[in-house]
Design a protein around this ligand. Structure first.
Ligand code: NDP
Ligand code: 8X3
Length: 252
């Protein structure tokens, strides 16, 4: 059987592009997301185009019960996940902490930290049992540097960064690799979600320079995942050429 890759948050952006590149290279896939229709459309497209086996799991990573139920529904053989891409995540809002919206904070903390933990708690024992595997945690440059008004989002991604380091320690006796991926500006649905549907504000984020695409990050993940078994790339900061740090862009 071909290798199995599980990508959380595959309905758009980095997750979708990651599912596409692994499918194009013959990997079988478990794709997840909340938007059922988008998830099923992607699944159908990848199966038809690449003749792979694929399972779409429709759940919200914020519910531990839903995470367990979804992964428990996997048929025989599908627990043999080789690569887990913990990608599902989001930013909601951008503003000073004293004006923060508690519900926005909870959405970010529950998705980016707790959701990643729920999925990891379910899947990592399966990797440990087989003494092999590779975990990719999609953190952010926001987890490396805190930027103005980024407060809680930055804190959640700093937590992901820290969890990647912790996971690497816990997984190393079992020959399981952990790669932390910290992208800068990638044009996806990220800013539309952050600005709650304000398309103009979202578009402004990517004006005046060439941002990364989901495919740029997916290609990097694929490259890292297909290196010789003894090589582990632990951490990657990937930015557009025009981005020097979390807040410094050269815009024309
Ligand atoms: P998108 O908004 O395009 O994609 C986010 C994905 O996460 C979607 O598939 C969405 O699916 C899924 N998701 C969000 N919340 C949940 C949830 N509660 N349960 C299940 N799935 C969920 O953004 P990106 O592709 O840019 O984001 C992917 C990851 O990359 C995130 O962790 C983000 O923080 C990180 N990142 C993004 C950067 C950027 O500049 N774009 C830079 C650095 C890191 P659905 O809505 O269907 O549930
Ligand atoms: C997404 C990149 O810099 O907008 O994590 O936070 S940033």
């Amino acid at each position: 059987m071909s290798k199995i890759v599980c990508v959380t948050g595959a309905t758009s952006g980095i997750g979708r592009a990651t599912a596409e590149i692994f499918a194009a290279n013959g990997y079988n896939l478990i794709i997840t997301g909340r938007r059922k229709e988008k998830l099923e459309e992607l699944g159908e497209e990848l199966v038809n185009k690449h003749k792979i086996d694929l399972i779409a799991l429709n759940f919200d990573v914020r519910s531990n019960e839903a995470v367990n139920k979804a992964f428990d529904s996997l048929p025989e053989g599908w627990r043999n996940i080789d690569i887990l891409v913990n990608n599902a995540g989001l930013a909601v809002g951008l503003g000073p902490i004293q004006e923060g919206v508690i519900d926005d904070w909870e959405r970010m903390i529950d998705t980016n930290i707790k959701g990643l933990l729920y999925v990891s708690r379910k899947v990592l024992p399966w990797l440990v049992e087989r003494k092999k595997g590779h975990v990719f945690n999609i953190a952010s440059i926001a987890g490396k540097e805190t930027y103005l008004n980024g407060n809680v989002y930055c804190a959640t991604k700093t937590a992901v960064d820290s969890l990647s380091r912790a996971m690497r320690m816990d997984m190393v006796p079992y020959g399981i690799k952990v790669t932390n991926v910290a992208p800068g500006a990638v044009e996806t649905e990220f800013s539309i979600v952050r600005f709650k549907g304000d398309q103009q504000r979202a578009d402004n984020v990517y004006k005046g320079y060439e941002p990364l695409t989901g495919k740029d990050i997916a290609d990097t993940i694929y490259y890292v995942a297909t290196m010789p078994d003894h090589v582990c790339i632990n951490d990657l900061i990937i930015t557009p050429k025009a981005q020097a740090s979390a807040g410094i862009f050269h815009k024309e």
